[in-house]
Structures are given as C-alpha cells and as structure tokens.
Design a protein around this ligand. Structure first.
Ligand SMILES: Nc1ncnc2c1ncn2[C@@H]1O[C@H](COP(=O)(O)OP(=O)(O)O)[C@@H](O)[C@H]1O
Ligand SMILES: CC(=O)N[C@@H](CCC(=O)OP(=O)(O)O)C(=O)O
Length: 263
C-alpha cells in the first residue's frame, strides 16, 4: 500500500461518520485516536447517524416504519420523532463525549447556517427524506480553522424550513465531497464488508455491484458502499468502512485503486 500525499495547500480534511450502532459504545482508545489524527494535522468533521435510537423512539410512540435499501421511509409523524431524537438526544450525547475527552466539538444539523440545504428525495416513495443540494462549507471552515470539530446530525433542511431525514452515510459522503476530504471513514459495528464470513481488506466497485446484486451486501451496508463509490468516483482519495478500532475495508475507486492509503 502506498501513502497518498496531498498536493493541496489547504489543510487535510478527514470526515468520520459514526453509525448509531457504534456511537453509544465508543471507548477511550477511540477518542485518543481522534486526538492523534488532529495532532497529525488533520481537520476532522464528524457526522453521525442514530438508527437504533430512532427505532427506540418510534417504538415508544407506536410508530412503525419501513426501510428500503437502507433508507427509512419517513412519514409526517416519524419526521418529528427522528428530528428530536437525532438533534435532541444523539447529537448532544456525542458532543458531550468528545468534549469530556478533551476534544473541542460543536453540535450542528442541517438547519444551522442552512448547513445541509435539502429537497425531498422522492416524496411519493420515501416521504420526508432529504436529498442534499448544498453544504455550507464556509460554516464548517470557520470551526475547522478554530480547531473545533463540527459534529453533524443527519437532518437536512429545506429553504422553507422543513426538516428532512437523511441517511447518515449519505450525509457523510456528501460532506466529504463538499469539503474535498482527503479521506472518509465510515465507522460501523462491523470491521468492513464481510462476504461469506470473511472480512474483505479491499473491495472494488465491480465486486461491490455483484455483492449487492447477489444479496451479500444488504440493508444498512448499501448506503455505505454507494456513498463510498460516489466519493471515489468524484476524486476523494480514500474511503474506508471500519469498526471503532478503525480497521476494515478500503473501498477502491476505478481511478484511485493504486492511491489508497490507511489512516
Ligand atoms: N456484506 C456485509 N458486510 C458487513 N455488514 C453487512 C453486509 N451486508 C449488510 N450488512 C449489515 O450492515 C450493518 C451495518 O449497517 P448499519 O446497521 O446501518 O450500521 P450503522 O448504524 O453503523 O450505519 C452490519 O451490522 C450488517 O448487519
Ligand atoms: C433516511 C434514513 O434512512 N435516515 C436514517 C438516519 C439515521 C441513520 O442513518 O443512522 P445509522 O447511521 O445508525 O444507520 C434513519 O432514519 O435511520
């Protein structure tokens, strides 16, 4: 494996997405790694999901939901619960954990400075689910320059002020693309892509297409690999799907397969 050397004059940006399946159990070692990456000179942006917390809130309110290819169909009733869970519970929990570990962090969602300007993805199919039109990079840069980690909940906002639910992996890849991140890490509860019981160290786009088609990749792994491939195609040098020890699968893009590196 070769090390990718950035030719950009701007600081190296790293986007880390924490899945709902992992963020409740992050340990001291994880936060130490974040600090080490900051010391190495990376500007870090954290985005997060919260699927399990949303499931609990919906169940407590007797609201059912269906999931199509990892995307939750979000009714008018569900969007308010999704919004309050992500912005009111999950986001401050994570911001607190970071601050308590001595890492400066500020919680954000799509409404703040219209950070994630969104439109409906396809209202007839998905209901209140967003498609990101624009990311307010300038706002993120203010925080990054001040050495503060923005912690972004996956709620988008329309220009009219309607909250929209967006899959956490989609937010992570859109933010990585917007800030031209050097690397995107999708942190989840598995050490990467597992096929017939074996974790893959690397995965090509062609292999991923086959694994989706034959059902080896399903559910919540689908938005991850789709986001990963979108980033690689658009020139983000490195995308990895990892567990909280940051080990897992490096997704290889068509043009960047010899440029991948491990954080
Ligand atoms: N090929 C695969 N390899 C690993 N995990 C997979 C695969 N296909 C589907 N999955 C599922 O994807 C899950 C991770 O997605 P998800 O539950 O949405 O996590 P997160 O909350 O971190 O986004 C895994 O726990 C696993 O159940
Ligand atoms: C539209 C959509 O699917 N939204 C997701 C947002 C949370 C999420 O993505 O959480 P994880 O990162 O834990 O999977 C949902 O409602 O579950």
């Amino acid at each position: 494996m070769t090390t990718f050397k950035s030719t950009h004059h701007t600081a190296r940006k790293l986007v880390i997405k924490l899945g709902g399946s992992t963020l409740e159990g992050l340990d001291v070692a994880f936060f130490k790694k974040i600090q080490e990456l900051q010391q190495e000179g990376y500007q870090i942006i954290i985005t997060h999901g919260g699927g399990p917390a949303i499931n609990r809130t919906l169940a407590a309110n007797n609201v059912t939901s269906t999931i199509i290819n990892g995307i939750r169909v979000t009714t008018a009733e569900a969007i308010d619960l999704v919004k309050t869970t992500l912005i009111g519970q999950v986001n401050p929990f994570l911001v607190h954990e970071l601050n308590a570990a001595g890492i400066q962090a500020i919680g954000l969602n799509g409404f703040d400075g219209l950070l994630l300007e969104s439109t409906f993805l396809d209202e007839a199919i998905y209901g209140y689910v967003g498609h990101i039109e624009k990311v307010n990079m300038a706002l993120l840069d203010v925080m990054l320059t001040a050495n503060i980690i923005p912690v972004i909940a996956c709620i988008g906002a329309t220009v009219d002020g309607q909250a929209l639910n967006i899959n956490g992996d989609t937010v992570a890849s859109e933010v990585a693309l917007a800030v031209q991140a050097e690397s995107l890490l999708l942190v989840t509860d598995v050490a990467g892509i597992r096929i017939e019981g074996q974790y893959k160290q690397e995965a090509t786009a062609a292999a991923i297409d086959e694994w989706i088609a034959d059902g080896h990749i399903y559910g919540g792994m689908i938005p991850k690999v789709q986001g990963a491939l979108a980033c690689l195609t658009a020139g983000i040098p490195s995308v990895q799907i990892v567990d909280d020890t940051l080990t897992g699968t490096t997704v290889l893009g068509v043009r960047h397969s010899h440029n991948s590196h491990t954080i």
